[in-house]
Design a protein around this ligand. Structure first.
Ligand SMILES: *Cc1c(COP(=O)(O)O)cnc(C)c1O
Length: 416
């Protein structure tokens, strides 16, 4: 067993769950139930699902703190319950602290990181708007694909996978396309482990009178990010990376300039669900909250608890913890003969991409990490499939015990 020290005992929760299933099954007496096609096709109801106990050191999700799991197991209440409205206000405030912004439009989109991403693009782009998209990995590519689907004219700034976005190329793109209205880039490219200079890039957009749209899915909580000080106009993140929540929510924030663009659109946002001018009827403050969609109530309990944990530690402390443990992991991995993909000054502490020995069949080794050590790490994507491993040190998965387990496990499977 490779379980970490100090791991809480969750078996009580599982026992509770089994008791609950026994209780509810009284109301579904199989004998008396009318025979449906589904029932005849599968007469044995599936047993309760008990997930394995993993240590998550991939590109997300990361390990979830037991306090977050416990928060999510609290009773569901209505999404317009006065008590819930108070929780929403707290979540907004905590997200503003995490993004370092006073932006009034700061809220979690109900959906994973890609939903927040698509929502930001859908709200800011109109058909035939020109957008400059920086593409240095999988998520830059996804930004481009979303922009194209929205009918925008896309100018791509390409950088090699494994490198940060080159600000000079962005300057050049603005010179060639002064009509560009939006600059989109990924601060922390999880597919390669490269960290781009969000402050410089947002500054370039501002000088060219364009909006900056930033992917902070993997950076939020793990790397320095200053939405207001750096003049970032629109930003989205996800809960399952450095915030260490289960996946399924996407915090977003829009500044004043982004709101002006949204409110002066000539065409309505193509997606009803994602239209921020409608969602704010529910998430806006001051105004009486009214129904837009049923919020994922228990997921929001979890986000509230995860953000509380983060701010109990202190945001800046969390940034430096990621940096420090990254340095320890890097030293250990290099001792094992594994080289980093990304040059040192462009590296993302929370995603460690290392090159594998030429010709190594890596898939069985990753399976052994999972089976022998309960350890999940990430494979390479796209051009790096089979060539790199991606080791996450995100949020609750960024502890010394994680680093030590990872070095022991990776060392062991590489040796034998
Ligand atoms: C994980 C990730 C996303 C997508 O988030 P999902 O929750 O998987 O939809 C987007 N951008 C980056 C940089 C990511 O790491």
């Amino acid at each position: 067993m490779a379980l970490l020290q100090d791991e809480p005992d969750l078996s009580m929760c599982l026992d509770d769950r089994r008791a609950h299933l026994r209780f509810t099954s009284q109301f579904h007496d199989v004998e008396d139930a009318p025979v449906s096609h589904a029932a005849t096709a599968n007469s044995n109801p599936p047993a309760a699902f008990v997930p394995p106990r993993r240590v998550l050191m991939g590109p997300g999700p990361s390990d979830v703190h037991p306090r977050v799991l416990a928060a999510m197991a609290q009773p569901t209440i209505g999404h317009l319950d006065p008590a819930f409205i108070g929780l929403m206000d707290d979540i907004k405030r905590l997200l503003q602290l995490t993004f370092r912004t006073r932006n009034e439009l700061t809220m979690p989109v109900s959906g994973p990181g890609s939903a927040g991403m698509e929502a930001c693009f859908a709200n800011l782009l109109e058909p035939d708007d020109t957008i400059i998209v920086c593409d240095n990995g999988v998520f830059g590519g996804r930004m481009r694909a979303m922009s194209e689907r929205l009918g925008a004219k896309v100018v791509t700034v390409k950088d090699p996978w494994g490198r940060a976005v080159d600000p000079q190329k962005v300057e050049d793109a603005f010179k060639a396309h002064p009509e560009a209205k939006v600059l989109a880039f990924v601060q922390a490219e999880t597919s390669t482990g490269a960290l781009s200079d969000a402050k410089t890039l947002a500054g370039i957009a501002q000088r060219h009178d364009a909006l900056s749209l930033v992917d902070a899915v993997t950076s939020l909580g793990g790397s320095q990010l200053e939405v207001d000080d750096w003049g970032i106009d629109a930003i989205y993140s996800g809960t399952q990376k450095c915030l260490s929540c289960p996946p399924g929510l996407s915090p977003v924030s829009f500044g004043q300039r982004a709101l002006v663009k949204l409110m002066s659109r000539k065409t309505p946002v193509r997606s009803w669900f994602m239209d921020f001018s409608l969602v704010t009827a529910y998430w806006g403050s001051g105004a009486k909250r009214s129904y837009h969609h049923t919020a994922p109530v228990n997921a929001l309990y979890g986000l509230h608890e995860a953000l509380t944990l983060l701010h109990e530690e202190g945001l800046e402390h969390s940034w430096s913890r990621h940096q420090k443990l990254h340095a320890e992991l890097a030293a250990g991995l290099e001792k094992l003969g594994l080289e980093y993909l990304v040059p040192k000054d462009e590296r993302l502490p929370q995603l460690n991409a290392v090159k594998l020995p030429e010709g190594l069949n890596e898939e069985p080794l990753r399976r052994r990490l999972l089976e022998e050590f309960e350890l999940e790490i990430g494979a390479g994507l796209g051009e790096f499939a089979g060539k790199i491993w991606r080791i996450g040190l995100m949020g609750q998965s960024c502890t010394r015990q994680h680093v030590e387990l990872c070095l022991r496990a990776v060392g062991s499977v590489l040796r034998t």
